[in-house]
Structures are given as C-alpha cells and as structure tokens.
Write a protein that binds this ligand. Structure first.
Ligand SMILES: [Zn+2]
Length: 501
C-alpha cells in the first residue's frame, strides 16, 4: 500500500492506494498494552464502513486524521511540528506486502524507514508500523556517536554519559547497531517512552531530569521485545494479546537498564540503593498480597495500563516486581559464580531463544543457580523481601510510627490505604482538606483531629485518629564482596522517598 500525507494544522490529509477490499486500522499500539483506539481520530471520506476500524475501499481512498495528541504513541501535526507513530495513522490490508509513505512537507524529516526517492518504505506492515516519522523546521539530529542519534526540536545535555550507557548495553548483548534514533521531545506532561525496532520515542515534561535510565530502558528494548520476546506476545493489531511474561519484557529490561547506569559509572551506589528502595516501597501496599506478578502481566490491559488512584490496594506492577526479580537473579548469579557471571550472561542465553516461554526463562535461570522463579512469579504475596534480605539490609524507617494512611497533594487526598485509620474514618480519594480542628493549617500526624473536607461540594467533618504505620518507607544498606561485585563500591546506603502520612 502507498500513502501520501499532507499535513495541516491539527489535521493530516491522507490519500491511500491499495487493492479493492477491506482496510483495517489497528486498535492498539504495540508496546502499550491497552486498546487505545487510535482509529477514533479517522474521518473517512471514501469507502464503506464495516465496523469501527474497517472500511471497504475501491482501491484509492482518502481520509482526514485529527492529529493533536502529545503522546508519543500517537500523532501530532501542528504548524511547526509533525510526529507520526505510523501504527496510529495508517491502515493495512496484507501485512506482508510493501508499505510506502510520502510526506508533502519541506521541513527536514527523520525516520528509520528506507528512503526510495521521495518515498519512505518498509518491506511489510510490522516494520512500517514500527518506524516513527518526525519533522519540523527546527528539527536537529544530535549525534551521540557513529551509530546513535537523537532527533529533537529541544536540547539534550548528557550526550557523553548516554554514549557510555549505550556502549555498555551494546557490550552486554555483544551486538553493534547500524543506526538507532531516539525521537525526543519535551512536553507539559510526562508521557514516557515507547520502544521500536531501530528507534524509540520519548516525551517527558520539562522538569524531568533523570532521562538516562529511561533512554537506557527504551534502548534495551531493541533486544528484549524487539529482537527477542515472550512467545505468546504475537502482535494482533485488533485485539489484546496475553502473556505472563511482561515482568521479563519490562521488569528485567528496566533492571538491565539500571545496571548499565552502574556499570557506566553514571550513578553512585547510594543513588542506586535509593532507586531500589523507591521501587520496593511500591510493594509494601495491600495490592502486593492480591495479585501475582504473572497476573499483573496478564491483566495489564484493564488494570496496570488503566491504573487508577486505588491501584496500590488492588495490585502490583510487573515493572516494579520484575525489576526486583532481576536484582535477585543478578545477586544469585554473581554469588554462585563468585562474581564471574551476572544477569547479563542470563540475558545472552535467553537472546539465543528469541521467542521465549516461561519454561525457557526458568530452564536458563536454573542453569545459573536460580531456583525461586515459580514462587516469585506465580504466587501472590511473593517472598521478594525475604529473598532480598539475604543480600541487603532492609529497614522500614516508619514502621509502627503514627500514621493515617493517606497521600495528599495540594490538600487533596490522592490515595488511601485500605484498612488504614483514614479508610476506617470514612475519608475518600478526592476529598479536599479545608481545615484541621477548625483552622486552615498544614496536615501533620497527631493522635487525633477533626478534618473539615470538601466532597462533591459538601462540607463534612471527619474525626481522624492515627494508627500504627505497617511500614512503607525503606532504607537499604549493603556492603561486602558481593555488594561490591554489583554496585562497584565497598558499601552503600539509600532511603526511599515515601510520602504517606
Ligand atoms: Zn518498556
């Protein structure tokens, strides 16, 4: 199929050319596990609608696409900027045929699609859908080294550190890449990143500083998810695809990215421990006992990717738990091999499998002496803390201290822990605290107080007494030979930033 795209402010005009028959618009964007319905933006001119995302065409057809999403998983067209994630914009017929696009624009265009004259092409729809296109009169291509680039209208200040990290990751997988592009943009919201085969698209807010971990994470997806992936994660562009293994695809990817920051000497052991403590803290809430890591992966389409304000009470994240499993695997492999091997060797072995199942993961892990996967992956309330306690000192610095069980932002309650004093007192998420004991002042934890809250426009007085904190704020300490083998320092200490009152 061929497409000619003419950008207009907030819209794209698309002329398509295929065969007489059905065209199908994808209903989700691979790498982002929920039915996003990007085809909601299509205004179809020719052809006959068969369903929400399928049209019958006579060969040539035309549609207009409302393109005003700041999300890097979608499409935006403004008077001075264009970003296309093709899977959100273009339909398919035969997935195995060649797809080409021409953009009627005079600005510089960056994409990993193959240039053929004035066309940008891919050999099949999977490749076409997976190669973003960015354009702007202000577009720059920042060179990290011979094979890595950042395409952006903004600035990126940590080129030297990023280059070290990318080199570390290339060395991990013993693989050099030809051309890889980070499509990067600052925005007013932290959208995050999404992986592609030879690129990634990253959109973050202006305040966000810790970009290197995110860049490393997306870059490691080049292997894990794009060149190797859970066998059952086959792409069907129109429906959910279920796997128990997103903890490998995402959690272990995040851990390896983190490890590359340590090995590239970009973060200190104290900073590393603080990051681990922050992740562990998410596993101290009631949801940890209600959902296994495998369930978190399977339910992501309706739970994690549609996370609401109550998520910590009902579930866990396969990113968080997968990261901690990665850390445990790494400690175990280093311990058993006397620091000769690490999780990197496990990943190299898994890479040979390409389309991996849980039995592959388990079989390879067992070769490296890891025997706890069944327990930590398939059990609710998995023994992650017990296992980690073998390698690091874990201290709950707020345990048994007075607390209410709430998180508050700008006087609005944003989270309430189930069965906490605040829950039992009848407070609700969204309640705005307007007074404490009849006075407007900031909230602090006392034995008891009367809160005046605004709920749905009504003023309410609620008596709140503190109870004992079950322990959410974590301090990690480590030292010794094995610690040094992983963290490259004799000892370290880091505390998480938990803000529950
Ligand atoms: Zn990811």
């Amino acid at each position: 199929m061929r497409f000619v795209v003419t950008p207009r402010h907030r819209y794209l005009e698309v002329e398509g050319e295929g065969k007489e028959g059905v065209v199908t618009f994808p209903t989700w964007v691979p790498g982002s596990y929920f039915i996003r319905e990007p085809e909601r933006n299509v205004i179809f001119y020719d052809g006959y609608p068969l369903s929400k995302n399928k049209f019958w065409i006579n060969g040539k057809f035309k549609y207009v696409y409302y393109a005003n999403s700041k999300d890097q998983r979608e499409v935006i067209s403004l008077s001075d900027y264009l970003f296309i994630n093709p899977v959100s914009l273009f339909p398919f017929q035969d997935l195995n045929e060649k797809y080409c696009v021409k953009i009627n624009i005079n600005w510089p265009i960056h994409t990993t699609l193959k240039r053929e004259g004035e066309w940008f092409c891919a050999e099949n729809y999977d490749e076409f859908a997976d190669a973003p296109i960015q354009s702007s009169p202000y577009l720059k291509l920042i060179k990290i080294d011979e094979s890595h680039f950042i395409s952006t209208i903004d600035d990126f200040n940590e080129i030297e550190k990023l280059q070290r990290i990318l080199n570390t990751l290339d060395n991990y997988m013993e693989d050099k890449v030809e051309n890889y592009i980070f499509f990067f943009r600052r925005s007013d919201k932290n959208f995050g990143g999404i992986e592609h085969k030879d690129s990634s698209a990253i959109v973050v807010n202006w305040d966000r500083k810790d970009l290197l971990w995110l860049f490393a994470h997306e870059y490691f997806h080049r292997w894990n998810v794009k060149r190797m992936k859970p066998k059952d994660l086959e792409i069907n562009y129109e429906s959910e695809t279920y796997t128990d293994l997103l903890w490998v695809a995402e959690g272990l990817t995040d851990y390896i990215a983190f490890l590359s920051l340590i090995d590239s000497e970009v973060i200190s052991s104290n900073e590393a421990l603080k990051s681990i403590a922050n992740i562990l803290q998410n596993l101290t809430f009631p949801g940890f006992k209600k959902m296994s890591v495998a369930e978190s992966s399977k339910f992501t389409w309706i739970k994690l990717y549609k996370k609401d304000e109550n998520y910590l009470n009902i579930g866990i994240s396969y990113y968080d738990a997968g990261f901690i499993i990665g850390l445990l695997m790494d400690f175990t492999i280093r311990e058993r091999s006397k620091c000769e091997k690490s999780i990197v060797n496990f990943m190299r072995e898994l890479y040979k499998v390409k389309r991996y199942t849980y039995s592959d993961v388990k079989r390879i892990a067992e070769k490296f002496g890891i025997d706890f996967l069944d327990e930590v992956v398939y059990k609710r309330n998995p023994p992650l803390f017990d296992l980690l306690g073998h390698y690091l000192e874990i201290k709950f610095t707020d345990k048994h201290k007075p607390y209410y069980g709430i998180k508050v932002e700008n006087n609005i309650i944003t989270f309430i822990e189930d069965d906490s004093p605040a829950y039992l007192a009848g407070l609700n998420i969204g309640d705005e605290i307007v007074a404490i004991d009849g006075v407007k002042k900031s909230l602090e934890v006392k034995d008891s107080m009367v809160l005046t809250v605004l709920r749905e426009g009504r003023l309410k007085e609620i008596k709140l007494s503190s109870g004992k904190n079950p322990g959410h704020r974590i301090l990690l300490r480590g030292e010794g030979g094995l610690f040094k083998c992983l963290f490259k320092s004799e000892k370290g200490e880091g505390e998480g930033e938990q803000k529950i009152l």
